[in-house]
Design a protein. Structure first.
Ligand code: PLP
Length: 399
């Protein structure tokens, strides 16, 4: 049986072009990019050209791009680096309740070291309100960090507006753009952000590589110290093949963004229409059809009442369909998702949540097969659920 991959928010397959671009740097061109000889110079030249390419894809200058081991490190660096650098100015950080754990747990750690963190509420579709942000800022606020697009429900936050609010109060603004990069067209200068995190494996690049954009003139403390790499700002031998692969993947993602988004959103829309018309008592989490321009084009998150997400996921897996019961990083945890609770999904229903995230290699046939399997799995599990009584249910499907 061919397996069907509907979990592109967790990771994407490496594109052939990125793989081919990386290959020489695993073989003949293996030099350490910091070595003072020909092998080293070849590596350094590849890193330089990757940095220029990524900067141009994001609208940044090359010296504003720093390579890291991925989104998690970039998020840690932005938060801890700012917290340490601006300790004398203040100890207050503002974020939202629906951030990825790379931000959320870093904030929790900073609280242990004397920082105050405000976690902003979101509305029922997951949007952070600029006026709530304005109200939360104090004279001790040093940083606002709001994610660009949510990994579970796909909500795209009004980053430009939020950033303007922070800047009006002379507060730095960071955004975790790990899910947005390659799916939302943006330019860091237009957005106005001071720092922005991205990660290669979310846009058909390699895993274990990412970057942090730090606007020229912004000084934050180092997170990983050691050698002189990344212009002395991040120690550790540069992962040349991964840097090259990420640059190639991003170049292609930006080049094909409109075409891919149109295709992937057509698959997602077909899936959502079919699922909501064939299964009752479900919530479609995140922005609805009228606000699809504020939702990641590939994301469909459903909460199915009366049944457990894990059971659905397991049955889908047996049918050859790979999806996710929450964010990949927190699966395995029995805690209901913070994001779902924050948008008002009841605890019991939150447990019945599955995220489907489509990709450019999926087909209409795969979508139709996934719907067919999902409908039969939900019906079978509900037939066994003591809670589900079709005749007495009152809730209509929320599209
Ligand atoms: N931030 C968001 C919004 C994510 O979705 C993820 C990964 O799922 C991360 C950060 C972590 O990125 P990485 O896997 O590159 O460490």
């Amino acid at each position: 049986m061919e397996r069907i991959y509907l979990d592109h928010a967790a990771t994407t397959p490496l594109s052939k072009e990125a793989f081919e671009a990386m290959y020489p740097y695993f073989s003949n061109t293996f030099g350490n990019a910091n070595s003072q000889h020909g092998f080293g110079r070849d590596g350094a030249a590849a890193v330089l050209s990757a940095r220029e390419s990524i900067a141009s894809s994001l609208g940044a200058k090359p010296n504003e791009i720093y390579f890291t081991s991925g989104g998690t490190e970039s998020d840690n660096w932005a938060l801890k680096g700012t917290a340490l650098a601006l300790r004398d100015k203040g100890n207050h950080i503002i974020t939202s309740k629906i951030e990825h754990s790379a931000i959320y747990t870093t904030c929790k750690q900073l609280e242990k070291y004397g920082y105050d963190v405000t976690y902003l509420d979101v509305d029922s579709d997951g949007f952070v309100s600029p006026s709530d942000l304005e109200k939360a800022i104090t004279d001790k606020t040093i940083l606002v960090s709001i994610m660009f697009a949510n990994n579970e429900i796909g909500t795209i936050e009004p980053i430009k507006e939020l950033c303007e609010v922070a800047h009006a109060h002379k507060v730095l603004f960071h955004t975790d753009a790990v899910q947005a990069t390659g799916a939302v067209r943006y330019n860091v200068k237009d957005l106005g952000v001071d720092m922005l995190s991205f990660s290669g494996h979310k846009f058909y690049g390699p895993k274990g590589i990412g970057g942090l954009y730090i606007r020229s003139g912004i000084k934050i403390e180092k997170l990983i110290i050691g050698g002189e790499q990344e212009r002395t700002n991040r120690g550790g031998t540069t992962n040349v093949p991964a840097v090259v692969g990420m640059a190639k993947a991003l170049e292609i993602a930006i080049r094909d963004l409109d075409k891919n988004n149109e295709y992937v959103s057509s698959l997602r829309n077909r899936f959502v229409e079919k699922v909501t018309s064939q299964i009752d008592e479900i919530y479609f989490n995140g922005p609805k059809a009228k606000d699809y321009d504020k939702r990641l084009p590939n994301n469909a998150s459903f909460s199915f009442r009366y049944i457990e997400g894990e059971s659905i996921l397991f049955s889908l897996d047996l049918a050859g369909i790979s999806a996710s019961s929450g964010s990949a990083c927190s699966s395995g945890s029995l805690e209901p998702s913070r994001t779902l609770l924050s948008i008002g999904v009841p605890v019991g229903t939150a447990h019945g949540t599955i995220r489907f995230s489509f990709g450019k290699n999926n087909t209409v046939e795969e979508v139709d097969y996934a719907v067919e399997q999902l409908v039969s799995i939900v019906n079978r599990l509900r037939a066994m659920s003591p809670l589900y009584r079709p005749s007495t249910t009152t809730m209509k499907t929320i599209k």
